[in-house]
Design a protein around this ligand. Structure first.
Ligand SMILES: Cc1cc2nc3c(=O)[nH]c(=O)nc-3n(C[C@H](O)[C@H](O)[C@H](O)COP(=O)(O)OP(=O)(O)OC[C@H]3O[C@@H](n4cnc5c(N)ncnc54)[C@H](O)[C@@H]3O)c2cc1C
Length: 479
C-alpha cells in the first residue's frame, strides 16, 4: 500500500484490511468517486475526506466494525441519508475517520397492527416507511421535505421534527425501542414495543438526538397511528404573526389535536418561490403580508371536517384576524398548497447569500421575536431581506435573512457570525433555542456553549465521557 502523502495521518491500511474482512466485499467502498458525495453536505458547506466508507449489512457487522475501531482508536462518522444540515454526517478532512453508512440496512423486520408498531432497520428511507405503514392501513407521521432520501437512523439521531410535530411530536415521541451498537462494539438490544416501562433510566432517549456521538442506532420500534381518512388543507392570509397565533388558538379550541400542521409563511418567501420555482402559481388574487398553511385531519367521512374548518375561518374573518383564505377542494389542491411551503428552501437558494437559523421560542414570544429580529437586522444591514417561515405551531421558525439586493449585498455571507450573534442573542433573551430541529453537529457546537449553562454543558460532557471515553463516535460534533 502506498503512503498517503496528502493525508499522512489517515487510517492505517492494516485497520482498513481488518474492516474489509469483517464486512465482506459488498460491505465497503474505497472508490473516490463513490466516496466524494458522501463527504459533502446537502448545502455544500461541509467537505471532508475518508479512505473508506463501510456499509455493513446487519447489526453484527456494525458491531464487528465498531469493535475494531474501538481497539485501534479509529473515529467513526455514522451516516444515514446525509441530508443533515449541521455538518454532523460529514467527516473532517484529516482522513483519520471512516464513515459507517446504514444504506444496506433497510429491512422492515416486523409490522404489528395490534400493538401499532413497526420494527425497522436504521437505513430505511423515511418515505418508504410511510408507505409501509400506509400499506398496513396505518400512519407513520414523521414527514419532512428530505423524506425521499433521509433514513430513519438519521431522523432519530437528529430527533427530526418536520410538519406534523404539532399533532404527533418530534421523532423522539415516535419511538418505543432501539437497538444500538455502543462505542466499545457491544450491542444493546432495547427493541421493546412497550408504552409503559419504568425499569430505570430511559436509555433510548439518550441516543435519540445524540447525532451519532454516543453510539450507532441500528434498528428501532416505531409507533404507528390510525391513518386519517379525512384531511382539510387551507391557506389563510393574515395581517401578522399575532393573528396567525390567534387563528391557531381558534382552530385548536374548535377541533383539538386534529390540527395536524400549522405553518407560517411570510409573503417574501412566496415571492421567492414564484420567482424561482417553475409552475407554482400565486395562491390568491391579492397580495398579503403573511400566510398560514393549516392542515386539520381526522378519522371521519370525507369532508366531515369541512364545516369545522369553515367555521374557524368564518370566526377568524369576523375577528379581523384573516384577510383571505383558500380551502383545498381535494387532496391534489392540498398538495399544491403544500408545494409552495416545501419549495421555500430551494427557492431561497436562488436569491443569493442568506444566513439560516432554525430557532424556537415559546409561542407567545414568536411575534416579538420576528419583529425584534427584523428591526435589529435592518438597522445593522440596510436592505437585508428578512424571511421567516416554518412550524409556527411548534414555536419553530426558520429565520433566514437574505442578502440586500445590489452591490452592498455582495459580501453578506461574510457577516454570517455577526448575523447569527444578533439572532441567537435575541433568542436567548426570549428563552428560546438556537437549534429547534436540525441539531448542533459542527455548525452550532461552539455556539451552544455560549447559550447553555455550565451545568448543562457539564452534564452533556459527562454523558459523552461515560459512553464514549475514547471519543471515537463522531468526534468534534455536538460536544
Ligand atoms: C430539503 C431538506 C429539508 C429538511 N427539513 C427538515 C425538517 O423539516 N425537519 C428536520 O428536523 N430536519 C429537516 N432537514 C434536515 C435532515 O433531513 C434531518 O436532520 C434528517 O433527520 C437527517 O436524516 P439523514 O438520514 O439524512 O441523516 P444524516 O444526515 O446522514 O445524519 C445526521 C446526523 O445523524 C447521525 N446519524 C445518522 N445515522 C445514524 C445512526 N444510524 N446512528 C447514529 N447516528 C446516526 C450522523 O452522524 C449525523 O450526525 C431537512 C433537510 C433537507 C435537505
Amino acid at each position: 500500500m502506498q503512503a498517503n502523502t496528502e493525508h499522512p495521518n489517515a487510517v492505517p491500511s492494516e485497520v482498513l484490511e481488518r474492516i474489509k474482512v469483517a464486512v465482506g466485499p459488498k460491505g465497503y467502498t474505497t472508490d473516490p468517486e463513490e466516496i466524494a458525495p458522501l463527504c459533502q453536505s446537502w448545502r455544500d458547506n461541509w467537505h471532508g475526506w475518508v479512505p473508506m466508507v463501510v456499509k455493513p449489512a446487519n447489526v453484527d457487522e456494525v458491531a464487528a466494525v465498531i469493535a475494531i475501531c474501538a481497539e485501534t482508536g479509529t473515529p467513526i462518522v455514522p451516516q444515514g441519508g446525509n441530508t443533515g444540515l449541521t455538518g454532523g454526517s460529514q467527516p473532517h478532512d484529516t482522513g483519520t475517520e471512516i464513515i459507517v453508512s446504514t444504506s444496506r440496512m433497510n429491512k422492515v423486520r416486523a409490522v404489528d397492527t395490534v400493538n401499532n408498531t413497526m420494527t425497522v432497520e436504521a437505513g430505511c428511507i423515511l418515505a418508504d416507511l410511510q408507505h409501509h405503514a400506509s400499506d398496513a392501513d396505518r400512519l407513520f407521521p414523521l414527514s419532512l421535505a428530505a423524506e425521499g432520501s433521509c433514513q430513519i437512523g438519521g431522523n432519530l439521531s437528529t430527533n427530526a421534527g418536520g410538519t406534523q410535530v404539532l399533532r404527533y411530536g418530534n421523532a423522539r415521541n415516535l419511538v418505543l425501542g432501539l437497538e444500538v451498537v455502543l462505542p466499545d462494539g457491544r450491542i444493546w438490544d432495547g427493541l421493546r414495543g412497550l408504552r409503559k416501562d419504568n425499569t430505570g433510566y430511559d436509555l433510548k432517549q439518550l441516543f435519540i438526538g445524540a447525532e451519532g456521538t454516543l453510539g450507532m442506532i441500528t434498528a428501532a420500534v416505531l409507533k404507528l397511528f390510525p391513518k386519517p381518512t379525512e384531511i382539510q388543507t387551507a391557506l389563510v392570509a393574515v395581517p401578522n404573526p399575532t393573528a396567525a397565533l390567534a387563528l391557531l388558538s381558534r382552530a385548536t379550541e374548535a377541533v383539538g389535536e386534529q390540527v395536524t400542521a400549522f405553518e407560517l409563511i411570510q409573503r417574501r418567501a412566496i415571492d421567492f418561490v414564484l420567482a424561482n420555482v417553475p409552475d407554482v402559481p400565486d395562491p390568491m388574487t391579492g397580495v398579503h403580508p403573511w400566510y398560514v398553511l393549516m392542515e386539520i385531519s381526522g378519522q371521519g367521512a370525507p369532508d366531515s371536517l369541512r364545516d369545522a374548518v369553515e367555521g374557524v375561518l368564518g370566526e377568524g374573518f369576523e375577528a379581523e384576524e384573516i384577510l383571505d383564505a383558500v380551502v383545498a377542494a381535494n387532496r391534489a389542491q392540498g398538495q399544491a398548497l403544500w408545494k409552495i411551503r416545501e419549495c421555500i428552501p430551494e427557492a431561497q437558494n436562488h436569491e443569493g447569500q442568506s444566513v439560516k437559523h432554525d430557532v424556537s421560542v415559546p409561542l407567545s414570544r414568536i411575534a416579538e421575536f420576528i419583529e425584534r429580529a427584523d428591526k435589529a437586522l435592518t438597522k445593522a444591514y440596510p436592505g437585508v431581506r428578512c424571511v421567516a417561515f416554518g412550524h409556527i405551531g411548534d414555536g419553530n421558525i426558520h429565520y433566514n435573512p437574505a442578502q440586500p439586493l445590489g452591490p452592498e449585498g455582495a459580501n453578506f455571507a461574510a457577516e454570517y457570525s455577526a448575523v447569527n450573534r444578533i439572532v441567537h442573542d435575541l433568542i436567548s433573551d426570549l428563552n428560546g433555542s438556537i437549534s429547534a430541529e436540525h441539531g448542533l453537529g459542527r455548525l452550532r457546537r461552539d455556539e451552544a456553549k455560549r447559550y447553555k449553562s455550565d451545568v448543562e454543558m457539564d452534564l452533556m460532557q459527562t454523558v459523552k465521557d461515560a459512553l464514549d471515553p475514547t471519543n471515537i463516535m463522531n468526534p468534534g460534533k455536538v460536544v
